[in-house]
Design a protein around this ligand. Structure first.
Ligand code: PMP
Length: 338
C-alpha cells in the first residue's frame, strides 16, 4: 500500500554539499528537510506533538490545535491536523514572510497575525497563543490544545526518535559532528541527544545567528542578545524545555554576511534554493569542520526552501534595505533575443 501524507514525514535524504565539503576537506551533508510535505523540518515536531496530545487524550475528532509560530511549525501542524481531522488556529508575528502566511492560509490554518513584541511582553505571540488555547478549550465542543512547541518536549523527542536515527543509519554510523541553529531547540537538542546515545564522541554544535542570546549563554554563561539577523525561525532568547539538560560541544555565532552568500552560491552552483537558517547551519558546519580538521563527516539541517522567502532574502530591495550585498545574478534580466 502507498503511504499516507503523514507517513511521508521524515526519512529525508542527506545531500552532499559540494563546495562546503571541498573547501574544508570534510564530508558535509545537509538533511533535506524541505522535502517534507509541509516543506520544512517542523513537520516532525508537528507530528510528534499531535500524536502525543492524542495519546494523552487531549484531542477529539474536530478538536483545535493552537500554536504561536514563526510559520513552519504552523504549517507542519496544519498538514498533520488536516490529515487527521483537526483544525489549527495559528498565531504568527506579522513580521514573518508573506509566503509563510500565504502557505498557512492556503493549507487551511485559521491565521491570526499579531504585532511582533519581545517574549517578556504578555502580548508576545507565544504567550498569546497559550492564553487563546485556554479560552478555546472552554468554548470548543471538541476541545482545544496548545501545541507549545518551545516547552513541549514531544518536539525534541521526534528528533531523538527520527532525525538522529536516520542520520546514524544514512552515514552508516560514520558521523563525527552535527550542527544546527535553534528556534525551539527541538532539532539541535533532540538530534544531539539521539546521536550521543549512539556514540558519545560525536560533536554537537550550535550555530546561532549574530547577536542571538544562546551563543552568549553557551560561550560565556550570559543570556544576552544584541544585533540582528534577517533569518526567520531561529534566534532564541531563553533556555526552553527542549534545551533543558543540553550542552553543545561548540558554539558558533554566524553573521548574515557569512550565511547568505552560502545560500546564494548554492542556488547558482548546486541547484539548491534554501532559506536563511540553512545558510547559518551550513556556515556552522564549515566552522565545525575547521575545528575537527579534514577527513570528518559533518551533518546539518536544510530547514526549509528559499521560495518561502522570495519577498525577503531573495528580493534585492529587501537586501539593500538591510545593507546586505545583492548577488549580481538576482538583478540581471536575460540578454536573449526571442
Ligand atoms: N529554521 C527554520 C526555517 C525554522 O522555521 C525553525 C523552527 N522555528 C528552525 C530552523 C529551528 O528549529 P527548532 O525549532 O527545532 O530549533
Amino acid at each position: 500500500m502507498q503511504p499516507s501524507v503523514i507517513e511521508t514525514i521524515g526519512n529525508t535524504p542527506l545531500i552532499r554539499l559540494k563546495r562546503a565539503s571541498e573547501e574544508t576537506g570534510c564530508e558535509i551533508y545537509g538533511k533535506a528537510e524541505f522535502l517534507n510535505p509541509g516543506q520544512s523540518v517542523k513537520d516532525r515536531a508537528g507530528l510528534f506533538i499531535i500524536r502525543d496530545a492524542e495519546k494523552r487524550g487531549l484531542l477529539r475528532p474536530g478538536g483545535v490545535i493552537v500554536e504561536g509560530t514563526a510559520g513552519n511549525t504552523g504549517i507542519g501542524l496544519t498538514v498533520v491536523a488536516k490529515a487527521l481531522g483537526y483544525r489549527t488556529v495559528i498565531v504568527i508575528p506579522e513580521t514573518q514572510s508573506q509566503e509563510k502566511k500565504d502557505a498557512l492560509r492556503v493549507m487551511g490554518a485559521e491565521l491570526i497575525e499579531v504585532p511582533a513584541v519581545p517574549y517578556k511582553n504578555p502580548n508576545n505571540y507565544v504567550k498569546l497563543s497559550g492564553r487563546l488555547a485556554e479560552k478555546l478549550a472552554q468554548k470548543e465542543a471538541n476541545g482545544a490544545v496548545w501545541a507549545n512547541q518551545f516547552d513541549n518536549t514531544a518536539n525534541r523527542e521526534g528528533h531523538i526518535q527520527t532525525t538522529a536515527q536516520e542520520i546514524w543509519e544514512q552515514t552508516g554510523g560514520k558521523v563525527d559532528g552535527f550542527v544546527a541553529a535553534v528556534g525551539t531547540g527541538g532539532t539541535l537538542a533532540g538530534t544531539g541527544f539521539g546521536l550521543k546515545e549512539k556514540n558519545s564522541g560525536i560533536k554537537i554544535a550550535i550555530a546561532d545567528p549574530m547577536g542571538a542570546a544562546l551563543y552568549n549563554y553557551y560561550a560565556n554563561g550570559e543570556l544576552k542578545s544584541e544585533g540582528g539577523s534577517i533569518t526567520e525561525g531561529i534566534g532564541q532568547g531563553r533556555i526552553t524545555a527542549n534545551l533543558d539538560g543540553f550542552q553543545p560541544d561548540f558554539a558558533f555565532q554566524v553573521p548574515d554576511e557569512e550565511a547568505l552568500p552560502i545560500v546564494f552560491d548554492l542556488v547558482q552552483e548546486e541547484g539548491l534554493c534554501l532559506g536563511g537558517s540553512s545558510g547559518i547551519n551550513i556556515a556552522g558546519a564549515k566552522r565545525l569542520a575547521r575545528e575537527l580538521g579534514p577527513g570528518h563527516t559533518i551533518v546539518t539541517i536544510l530547514c526549509d526552501y528559499g521560495t518561502r522567502y522570495q519577498s525577503k532574502m531573495f528580493n534585492p530591495d529587501f537586501l539593500r534595505s538591510k545593507n546586505l550585498p545583492v548577488p549580481h545574478w538576482m538583478e540581471e534580466t536575460p540578454d536573449i533575443e526571442v
